[in-house]
Ligand binder design. Structure first.
Ligand SMILES: *[C@@H]1O[C@H](CO)[C@@H](O)[C@H](O)[C@H]1NC(C)=O
Ligand SMILES: *[C@@H]1O[C@H](CO)[C@@H](O)[C@H](O)[C@H]1NC(C)=O
Ligand SMILES: *[C@@H]1O[C@H](CO)[C@@H](O)[C@H](O)[C@H]1NC(C)=O
Ligand SMILES: *[C@@H]1O[C@H](CO)[C@@H](O)[C@H](O)[C@H]1NC(C)=O
Length: 654
């Protein structure tokens, strides 16, 4: 195959434009290649001037097309049959690969076979969108000051052939288009996306970024753009991030898992600042993930408006917890998702991270930018995230949060509340005890068991001689029930004003509102705020003083299933935060909490009766503003004790 003459085609780079029809729907075409589905996004990166080209040539302006090098039955067969006969071949989307050539890659007018092989191989390994489908047609885009058309000599052509390239051409490009997979359709070059199914039901819907905000594709599959498009000078370049559906994305509805709320809310006018910040750091937002209704506590059985996502671990029927359920499930289930953003008021990241066996961060209170996020509780709301490996986990923490809230205090003591592992099954205890031991050995930081109640009593802060757990029995519950009630009930009444009738609300949320109406007075709420302040001061001065990090079990004792009914007397403890839970140090103290998957144990599946693996997780809590130091501490422990730096997707975390 002979390379075409130089510069017969001009590729004009347009600004990325979006064709939006209706409020926020992108009309897009889907192509199938074996099992893999691709989407022709409407992000146009360029156009090919039609006049005369060896790639495609239209004989005249009517719809006939004569594709000189594309009389290729395989490509024709990729056109969905419903389109056949309606569209000319010219209008079909043709998969192409663009490879950018500049002075650095072309020497002596010679595109070497070694360079070709290395470039294409590295593109294939860096990206899950790029693949053989796109390689049949390769366009080399020349930009910069190359005067003469470069040439691919015989050995180079052989390399291309061995990689499945049937056709190639060299074109002059006005500006650089990133190397990668694209679709050529009606003279325009579009970004290519791969469509992934969501078998665990983690997503509300997939999204596509556009100049003007976001749009939804015409499919329930989740579109991800090629990782090759992104600007590698940005820290989150090519990282794909899913976002909990209580966070606004411009042009799209926010549902908070309520059909009525989505209707009331309509399309968001702007994107939440924290998400805009992620985009400015190079990240790509790929979808909205499911949440419990208004981010309240609900079991899987309480989800009525939407179905609760499935925990990918073990037999697929373990309780996934909430409220940032879909975010944790997406990270535990799909290797094509790098991070998922969640929010945590009363354990909404900590619990799902623990039960899905992924890394999770509930940051220090006050460091998250919460503009554009549905409020829950002003004194407890934080925005954090999930990740599968410590490197990515550390990266996102470093670049996303405001440095002002951060403190540079390294951990100086490891503390473990005495007896904190005692109620757990013995195999969980030993996995956690081993992690604590590894932490001590690998960091050289002294470890001490502490008796929190002794410290509490001797602190002089306890107003009466009562244990801290008694003192705090209703504190988190009263604050979160009262504050979320005010936020949610405002919506309830406004909905009535707007639509003339009340909206449907999930039963657990209704139950919670009933607790507020019957049992929580303004005095109770203020008392709870005061107790929170006392305990916060106690934690700062008597527990975490001098840079302590506390290691605690995260998640449940025995595995629980998504179909289990909770005994009525336990519901308010489990879902409304009455009693005392290990997450309360972080919640009441406004302290950062890092969830780390530390192992797994065999259990007999209630469903299949076979052995399956339940994740085991711990959380590490430290002083306000020290999340970076805690993550660094975890990284050191994993590295020095020779543990895996991350978890797998699917049934087994390790
Ligand atoms: C343009 O296409 C039409 C329809 O295919 C055809 O009838 C006509 O002859 C073509 N004109 C030229 C100049 O090729
Ligand atoms: C092209 O470059 C490669 C590597 O530098 C070299 O091995 C090859 O001989 C060159 N081919 C020609 C025709 O100059
Ligand atoms: C990549 O990002 C950097 C930093 O924002 C910017 O200066 C540069 O122009 C960008 N490059 C491209 C090709 O967009
Ligand atoms: C309110 O408190 C009373 C007394 O403790 C209890 O019987 C009742 O069930 C509570 N109401 C709700 C809705 O939980």
């Amino acid at each position: 195959m002979i390379t075409s003459a130089f510069a017969i085609v001009v590729l004009q780079i347009l600004a990325t434009t979006t064709i939006v029809s209706g409020a926020s729907v992108m009309h897009t075409s889907i192509l199938e290649y074996g099992d893999i589905k691709y989407l022709v996004s409407k992000n146009v990166v360029g156009t090919i001037n039609i006049d005369s080209t060896s790639i495609t040539r239209r004989s005249n302006s009517s719809s006939s097309l004569n594709i000189q090098t594309h009389e290729n039955p395989e490509i024709a067969s990729l056109v969905p049959s419903r389109h056949k006969g309606q569209h000319s071949v010219w209008e079909m989307a043709i998969p192409i690969t663009i490879i950018a050539l500049d002075l650095n890659t072309v020497s002596n007018n010679n595109i070497s076979s070694e360079w070709l092989k290395a470039t294409i191989t590295s593109m294939l390994s860096a990206d899950d969108v790029f693949g053989p489908f796109f390689l049949e047609t390769v366009l080399f885009g020349v930009f910069g000051k190359i005067q003469q058309s470069p040439t691919i000599f015989e050995d180079g052509v052989k390399v291309l052939g061995s990689l499945g390239v049937k056709d190639h051409s060299i074109l002059r490009v006005d500006d650089s288009i990133p190397s990668g997979p694209y679709f050529l359709q009606s003279g325009s070059i579009y970004q290519a996306m791969r469509l992934y199914p969501d078998p665990y039901g983690a997503f509300m819907y997939g999204v596509m970024q556009s100049e003007d905000g976001f749009a939804r594709p015409h499919t329930e599959l989740i579109p991800v753009p090629s990782r090759l498009y992104t600007n590698s000078s940005l820290p989150l370049s090519s990282k794909r991030i899913a976002v909990k559906d209580i966070i606004d994305l411009r042009n799209l509805p926010t549902s908070a898992s309520s059909k009525a709320y989505a209707q009331y809310h309509g399309s968001s006018k702007s994107t939440a600042e924290a998400i805009q910040h992620l985009i400015s750091l190079g990240a790509v937002i790929i979808g909205k993930t499911k949440t419990t209704q208004f981010a309240n506590g609900e079991t899987a059985r309480d989800w009525i408006d939407f179905q609760c996502p499935f925990n990918p671990r073990a037999d697929g029927y373990l309780d996934p917890a909430g409220s940032s359920t879909g975010s944790a499930v997406a990270v535990a289930g799909y290797d094509w998702v790098d991070f998922a953003v969640g929010t945590d008021s009363c354990g909404s990241i900590i619990w799902p991270a623990a039960l899905q066996g992924v890394f999770g961060l509930r940051p220090t209170l006050g460091v998250s930018e919460l503009e554009g996020v549905m409020p829950y509780s002003s004194v407890m709301d934080t925005m954090g995230f999930f990740a599968r490996d410590i490197q990515n986990f550390q990266l996102l923490q470093e670049v996303w949060y405001d440095k002002k809230g951060q403190r540079r205090q390294k951990p100086s003591r490891i503390i473990v509340p005495s007896g904190v592992l005692d109620s757990l099954p013995s195999d969980k205890q030993s996995v956690m005890a081993k992690f604590i031991e590894d932490a001590k050995i690998s960091t050289g930081i002294p470890l001490a068991e502490i008796d929190i109640n002794e410290l509490w009593k001797s602190s002089g802060l306890a107003p009466r001689d009562i244990s801290y757990t008694e003192y705090l029995h209703s504190t988190v519950a009263h604050i979160q029930i009262h504050e979320s009630y005010i936020n949610e009930n405002t919506f309830y009444n406004k909905y009535k004003q707007k639509f003339g009738r009340y909206p449907y609300i999930n039963p657990m949320v209704m139950h919670k509102w009933e607790i507020q109406r019957q049992n929580i007075s303004m005095g109770d709420y203020q008392e709870a705020l005061q107790r929170m302040a006392v305990f916060k001061g106690f934690l700062r001065s008597h527990v975490f003083n001098g840079g302590a990090v506390m290691m605690l079990p995260a998640g449940s004792g025995e595995a629980t299933y998504r179909d289990e009914l909770i005994a009525p007397e336990s519901i308010d403890v489990y879902l409304q935060s009455f009693g005392f839970d290990n997450t309360f140090y972080s919640i009441l103290g406004g302290l950062p909490s890092v969830v780390v998957p530390v192992g797994q144990r065999p259990i007999t599946s209630k469903v299949t009766k076979e052995t399956v693996w339940e994740p085991i997780s711990m959380m590490i809590v430290g002083q306000a503003g020290t999340e970076a130091q805690i993550i660094d501490f975890v990284r050191k422990v994993l590295t020095k004790s020779g543990r895996p730096m991350g978890v797998l997707v699917g049934e087994k975390a390790f």
